[in-house]
Design a protein around this ligand. Structure first.
Ligand code: PFF
Length: 449
C-alpha cells in the first residue's frame, strides 16, 4: 500500500510549503510594486485562476490517479503514447536542476540567519553590510558549508517519509512561517513607511500596467505554485481518493497568494521607512533588508525572525523537490526510502557544488549568455524547462488524457463539481496553453513587445 498523508490538512500544508518559497518573498512583492500595485494584483489573480490553478488541478489529477512518482505517473496514464508517456522525465530533470542551485541560494539564507543571530548587522555601516553578500558568495568554503547544511536538513525531512517526515516538518514550518510573517507585517505597518508601502503594493495604478506585466503575472502564477517540477504530481500521488481536488487546490492557491501579499506588506513599509529604494531578488533580501535591520528599532530581532522565515520557506519548497527525486528512486528503481533519499541527496549535492562555486573558483565559467553557472541554470530552468513543461502538461490534461479520468477525479461521486469540471476542462484546453505559450515565446524573444 502506498503511503498517504494523514488527512487534508497535512496535504494542504505540504503543498503550500512547496508553493510558498523565495518566489513569494523576494519576487512577487517587487513585481507587484513595479507593475502598478493593486492593478497587478488583480491581473495576477486572473492569471492564477486562468492558468496556475487549472494546471495545479491537472497535476493533482495526474498524480492522484496514477498514485506513482512523476515518471511512472505519465507512463501509467498513457502507456500507448511514445511521446506523452515520457513527459515525466522533463519534470524530473527540472526538479533535479532547480534543487541543485536552489540549495545554494537557500544556503545563503542559513548563513544570514547565523549572521543575524550573532548580531552581525547592528551598528555596521551600510557599505559594510552590502559587502557581506559579495564576501559570502565569493567564499567557496562558506558556500559549501551552507549548501551541506541545507541539503542535510532536506535529507532529514524526506528520509522520514510522507506522514512522519515531510508532513511533520511542514506542520511546524508552515504555521511558524505564517505567524512570523504576520508579526513582521504588523510591525511594518506601524512604521513611518506604512502608507508608502501600502500604496506601492496595493494602490491600483493602471497606467503602470503593461503587456509585459501581464505576461510576468502569468509566468509567476506558474512558478509560484511549483508547477512543471513534478512536486505537485508527486505530492498528489499520496493523496487519498476521497479528497476533493478542487476545494484543496483553491485553498492552496489562495494561501500562496496571501503569503505573497503579506510578504510585501511586511517588507516595503520598513524599506520605505528608512527612505531606501526596494529592489528584487538577492539584492533586496541580502543587501537592502539587512541595512534596514541595522537602523530600525528592534532591527536585530526582526532580522532573526526574517531569516528564519526565509529559511523555512526555502526548506519546505526544497523538500518537495527532493521528494520528487526520492519517489522516483523508490517507485522506478525499487530502492527503499532511506537509500533513495540518501543517494538522491548526494547526487543533488554534488551537482550543486559547481553552482556553489559560481562566484568564486568557477567565476570564469559562463555557460549561457555570459552568465555564471548558477544564473545559467536558473535561466535554463525558468525560461525553458518550466514553461515547456507547463505547456505540455496543459495540453496533456486537456487533449491527451482521457476525459473520463479527469472527470472522475474532479467529480468524486459523479455529480458534485460538474460545473467546476466543465470550466476547468475548457480552461485547460484553450486558455492555459495559449497563455503559457505566449509567456514562453516572449521569454525566448520570439515575440518582442
Ligand atoms: N513555488 C516556489 C517559489 O515560489 O519559490 C518555487 C520553487 C522553487 C519550488 C524551488 C521548489 C523549489 F525547490
Amino acid at each position: 500500500m502506498r503511503n498517504h498523508w494523514s488527512g487534508r490538512l497535512g496535504f494542504i500544508l505540504a503543498a503550500v510549503g512547496s508553493a510558498v518559497g523565495l518566489g513569494n518573498i523576494w519576487k512577487f512583492p517587487y513585481i507587484t510594486g513595479m507593475n502598478g500595485g493593486g492593478a497587478f494584483v488583480l491581473v495576477y489573480l486572473v492569471a492564477i485562476l486562468a492558468c496556475g490553478l487549472p494546471i495545479l488541478m491537472a497535476e493533482f489529477i495526474v498524480g492522484r490517479h496514477a498514485q506513482k512518482d512523476v515518471v511512472g505517473s505519465f507512463r501509467e496514464l498513457t502507456p500507448q503514447s511514445a511521446f506523452w508517456k515520457h513527459l515525466g522525465w522533463l519534470n524530473l530533470a527540472a526538479s533535479f536542476i532547480i534543487l541543485s542551485y536552489y540549495g545554494v541560494v537557500a544556503g545563503w539564507t542559513l548563513d544570514y540567519l547565523f549572521k543575524a543571530l550573532c548580531g552581525a548587522f547592528a551598528g555596521q555601516e551600510p557599505e559594510a553590510i552590502a559587502g557581506m553578500f559579495g564576501a559570502l558568495v565569493s567564499d567557496p568554503v562558506r558556500q559549501l558549508i551552507s549548501l551541506t547544511l541545507f541539503m542535510g536538513l532536506c535529507l532529514l525531512a524526506v528520509i522520514g517519509g510522507i506522514k512522519d517526515g515531510i508532513e511533520r516538518w511542514n506542520k511546524v514550518l508552515m504555521p511558524t512561517l505564517f505567524v512570523l510573517l504576520i508579526v513582521m507585517a504588523g510591525y511594518a505597518l506601524t512604521t513611518s513607511g506604512a502608507t508608502a508601502g501600502l500604496k506601492f503594493m496595493l494602490y491600483p495604478d493602471f497606467s503602470k500596467l503593461t503587456i509585459n506585466g501581464v505576461l510576468e503575472a502569468i509566468g509567476h502564477s506558474f512558478f509560484t505554485l511549483s508547477l512543471a517540477m513534478g512536486a505537485m504530481i508527486t505530492y498528489a500521488s499520496y493523496m487519498d481518493k476521497k479528497e476533493p481536488i478542487y476545494p484543496v487546490s483553491i485553498r492552496i492557491a489562495f494561501l500562496d497568494t496571501l503569503v505573497a501579499i503579506i510578504a510585501g506588506l511586511a517588507i516595503f513599509p520598513i524599506v520605505f521607512s528608512v527612505g531606501m529604494e526596494p529592489g528584487a531578488g538577492p539584492g533586496l533580501i541580502f543587501k537592502t533588508l539587512p541595512q534596514v535591520f541595522a537602523t530600525i528599532p528592534m532591527g536585530s530581532i526582526l532580522a532573526v525572525l526574517f531569516f528564519i522565515l526565509l529559511a523555512f520557506a526555502a526548506l519546505s519548497s526544497a523538500i518537495s523537490l527532493l521528494e520528487v527525486l526520492t519517489a522516483f528512486m523508490i517507485d522506478e528503481k525499487k530502492f527503499n526510502r532511506r537509500k533513495a533519499t540518501i543517494w538522491m541527496t548526494i547526487a543533488v549535492y554534488l551537482t550543486g557544488i559547481p553552482s556553489a562555486l559560481s562566484y568564486s573558483l568557477l567565476a570564469q565559467v559562463k555557460p549561457i549568455k555570459n552568465m555564471e553557472i548558477l544564473d545559467s541554470l536558473d535561466y535554463l530552468a525558468s525560461n525553458f524547462m518550466l514553461p515547456i513543461g507547463g505547456l505540455l502538461i496543459a495540453i496533456y490534461a486537456g487533449h491527451i488524457l482521457e476525459k473520463k479520468i479527469s472527470r472522475a477525479e474532479i467529480c468524486e461521486d459523479g455529480r458534485s463539481f460538474l460545473l467546476i469540471f466543465n470550466i476547468w476542462y475548457f480552461t485547460i484546453r484553450y486558455i492555459a496553453p495559449v497563455a503559457v505559450l505566449l509567456v514562453f515565446l516572449t521569454k525566448i524573444g520570439i515575440i518582442k513587445l
